[in-house]
Each structure stands twice: as structure tokens, then as C-alpha cells.
Design a protein around this ligand. Structure first.
Ligand code: ZN
Length: 145
């Protein structure tokens, strides 16, 4: 991603911009949950519908396929992670997890759709800023030399 203050390309996990030092990403999609390598979420190629994501998680959750919502959201790491976790969750909780998981999937996938859309929107609005900044500086340097 790109720093929203100075346009420098920076790591999407960064808390502070390495170039201008400003604090990044307050109240954005970079929840602690998504900082780990295994749980990192990435921007989708197009906007995702949070209600569709929630519906996938909720309805497929009843037939043990709640993780398909993560495929819709383009987050394969989350698909595999939850798929493996639920294999253990059902027997270990004596199927107490059965009525809970569809609700958890529904809520989480709804929220994740919003986060994924936010990442996409940010990529779109920040790239032009960086490019415009680069163009503004270039002619100046050349005429001076
Ligand atoms: Zn910066």
C-alpha cells in the first residue's frame, strides 16, 4: 500500500510510514487479527458484497461448508484455516459448535467483506497520489540539471 500522507510505498503491516513517520491506519482494516502471516487479508480484485458473504457463511455453515464465504472474498488462507479448525471444533465441543459456527461465519465474513473493500478502495485512491507526486518532481530536477 501507499502512505496516505506522502505517497511512499510501504508495507501493509506498517504502523508508521518509514518515509514521513506519520502514524498509519487508525480504525482501518489492519486489525490485530490480520497481522499474522497466516491470517493476513488482501484486497480483492473487485468490490465484495458483505451481505452475500454473510449469507454464504451462514447458509453453508449448516452443511459444514461455512468457509466457502472466504473463497468468495478471495481469502484462501482463511478458508483453509477455518476448514481445519472446524474439523476439530465439532468433535471437541460435542457438536456444541454446530449451531454457533454458521453465525460466527456469517458475522465474520460480513465484516471481512467490508475490510477487503476498504483495502481495495485505499489501493485505488493512493496510487494516483504517488504517481502525481513523482511527475511533479521530475521536470523540476531535469531543468535544474
Ligand atoms: Zn509517509
Amino acid at each position: 500500500m501507499y502512505c496516505k500522507y506522502c505517497g511512499t510505498e510501504i508495507s501493509s503491516e506498517a504502523d508508521f510510514c518509514a518515509s514521513c513517520g506519520k502514524k498509519l491506519g487508525e480504525g482501518d482494516a489492519h486489525h490485530t487479527l490480520y497481522r499474522h502471516e497466516l491470517t493476513r487479508i488482501k484486497a480483492a480484485k473487485e468490490l465484495k458484497n458483505p451481505k452475500a458473504a454473510a449469507a454464504l457463511g451462514f447458509f453453508f455453515g449448516w452443511i459444514f461448508l461455512g468457509p466457502v464465504g472466504y473463497i468468495y472474498l478471495g481469502q484462501w488462507n482463511w478458508f483453509w484455516l477455518t476448514f481445519i479448525v472446524q474439523i476439530f471444533a465439532y468433535p471437541l465441543t460435542a457438536f456444541f459448535a454446530y449451531p454457533l459456527l454458521p453465525i460466527v461465519y456469517g458475522i465474520h465474513q460480513y465484516q471481512m467483506a467490508k475490510d477487503v473493500n476498504e483495502l481495495l478502495a485505499r489501493d485505488h485512491e493512493q496510487k494516483p497520489v504517488a504517481e502525481a507526486g513523482a511527475r511533479a518532481i521530475e521536470p523540476f530536477d531535469k531543468t535544474e540539471l
